[in-house]
Design a protein around this ligand. Structure first.
Ligand SMILES: Cc1cc2nc3c(=O)[nH]c(=O)nc-3n(C[C@H](O)[C@H](O)[C@H](O)COP(=O)(O)OP(=O)(O)OC[C@H]3O[C@@H](n4cnc5c(N)ncnc54)[C@H](O)[C@@H]3O)c2cc1C
Length: 460
């Protein structure tokens, strides 16, 4: 690929392509187009293209190839931190935010979504048919980056990783061609895409299976942080015995005293349990009884339309600056709980907004015979620790706090297991993909021999 000086000249050769939707450094619109959802990530690509059609994507891929520039697909940029550690001076960032749309095939229980479509749109389109998708905690995440990197949903202990729900992928590959890939057509590439995400091309459409729920028992319970030991132990007991119909999460959250936060959160340290129960009201109540016995200050758990589930986790609705840390735990003993609480909450000055443990197990742990590169996750709980990081100092402090928590939990961690969507820092491909690495690299060498594509999680 080109060196930095000639990269700028190469990018200049793209000028005029996609009028009003391709930006070079210094252009009006460049800063807005290159800024990911995670605003702590600073990306400085040679150019940013915002295609509106498959033909636009093909034009960008061909022009970049002619100019010897690389390509980095990005939808919302929720995982923008992954690209921020990469030198993008010779890379065109391809934002899929204008290539969106959903159609639902009710009889087949499948949604076809265009490249940059977010889950909110899929959930809204599916709900009138009594269906929903295996989305994550925030509806603003794009289907492509979520599903093609694994994807933990609150339906996941029953239905598995979102990657296993992918039925077909359409992508523009390095030669500018459009391919439709599924179990019958290039099954090797289909395997690689389901976990290996953005390493093989720019996904212009993806088909995902939907699940037949129009309502679900879901919501959150909140206590003051002072109740943390009791709440964590009760939640641990729930998770150990819970049926696969139940997928929950526990977070210690520390909120700054900001005026735009609701009074029950501003300046407070709290512990929150939330999740989804694919159960009757009676059975869900019985499962929740030990937590309710601890008298939560707030309890919103009730039967809700599945279209409201993306709001349950209270994720930030607008772009935010954040850094995070991640590991997978094999167990949550009383000692693990003590080690965790020593690191988070009042008095620790950790600076973490949220230290979350997401319940794994059930179908998350079952390798699918016809699944892709990432079809299951070993372990019992996934840690996702998040610090708000609006300044470089806050980035450094947040990273140190998250990594201190990860280190403290190491005695109970499964070092071979990771949730790719919960990794925001560049790590070795082996740490993301384990024993799938070699096969992923060989598929990439066949489909993208010049290493044109720069994925968030790069396999080479
Ligand atoms: C607030 C918040 C809540 C979250 N909740 C969950 C959760 O509940 N469960 C969970 O599993 N994860 C969760 N995540 C992590 C999130 O799912 C991942 O960051 C995911 O990869 C984001 O996908 P995206 O496309 O929106 O982001 P992007 O940053 O746009 O994409 C991530 C990567 O996917 C690839 N990619 C994206 N679009 C395309 C495309 N069209 N073609 C080819 N490659 C593409 C690229 O390699 C890109 O670098 C959360 C993250 C945040 C910030």
């Amino acid at each position: 690929m080109t060196d930095v000086l000639s990269a700028a000249e190469a990018a200049e050769s793209l000028r005029g392509l996609l009028p009003g939707r391709l930006f070079l450094p210094g252009d009006d619109g460049y800063d807005a187009a290159r800024t990911p959802w995670n605003t702590a990530a600073v990306l400085a690509p040679a150019a940013v293209a915002v295609p509106e059609s498959v033909a636009d994507v093909q034009a960008v891929v061909r022009a970049a190839a002619d100019a010897h520039l690389r390509l980095a697909p990005m939808s919302t940029g929720h995982a923008g931190m992954l690209l921020s550690s990469v030198d993008l001076a010779s890379t065109v960032l391809v934002r899929l935010t204008s290539l969106t749309g959903v159609s639902v095939d009710e009889r087949a229980c499948v949604a076809r979504v265009l490249g940059g479509t977010v889950w909110d749109d899929v959930v809204a389109a599916a709900h009138p048919h009594g269906l929903t998708g295996l989305h994550g905690s925030a509806g603003g995440i794009a289907v492509a980056g979520f599903a093609l990197n694994g994807g933990l949903s609150f339906y996941g202990r029953k239905h598995g990783l979102c990657a296993n729900s992918v039925r077909a992928v359409e992508l523009v590959t390095a030669d500018g061609g459009l391919r439709r890939v599924d179990a019958e057509h290039d099954p090797d590439l289909f395997w690689a895409l389901r976990g290996g995400g953005g390493n093989f091309g720019i996904v212009t459409a993806i088909e995902v299976e939907l699940v037949p729920y129009s309502d679900v028992v879901a919501g959150m319970m909140l206590w003051d942080r002072s109740r943390a030991v009791d709440v964590m132990r009760a939640w641990r007991d729930l998770t150990v015995d819970a049926p696969e119909s139940v997928t929950t999460s526990l977070r210690v959250m520390s909120f700054p005293p900001l005026p735009d936060l609701p009074p029950f959160l501003a300046g407070r340290d709290v512990i929150v349990v939330d999740g989804a129960f694919l159960e009757s009201d009676e059975r869900a109540s019985a499962l929740l009884a030990p937590l309710r016995a601890l008298q939560p200050e707030i309890d919103t758990v009730r039967r809700i339309p599945t279209s409201e589930l993306p709001l349950m986790h209270m994720d930030p609705p607008r772009p935010s600056p954040a850094v995070s840390g991640h590991c997978v735990l094999g167990e949550l003993s009383d000692d693990t709980i003590d080690a965790y609480l020593d690191q988070v909450g009042p008095g620790t000055r950790s600076g973490l907004l949220s230290a979350e443990l997401r319940q794994l197990g059930g179908a998350f742990a079952r390798r699918s015979d016809d699944g892709g590169a990432v079809s299951s996750i070993d372990g019992a709980y996934a840690l996702y620790a998040v610090a708000i990081a609006p300044t470089p100092e806050a980035v450094a402090h947040g990273r140190a706090s998250a990594s201190s928590l990860v280190q403290a939990l190491e005695p109970w961690s499964l070092l071979h297991s990771r949730v790719p969507t919960f990794i925001d820092d560049a790590v070795d491909a082996a740490d993301v993909y384990g024993d799938a690495c070699d096969r992923l690299a060989s598929v990439a060498a066949r489909v993208d021999p010049q290493a044109t594509f720069q994925a968030g999680h790069s396999i080479r």
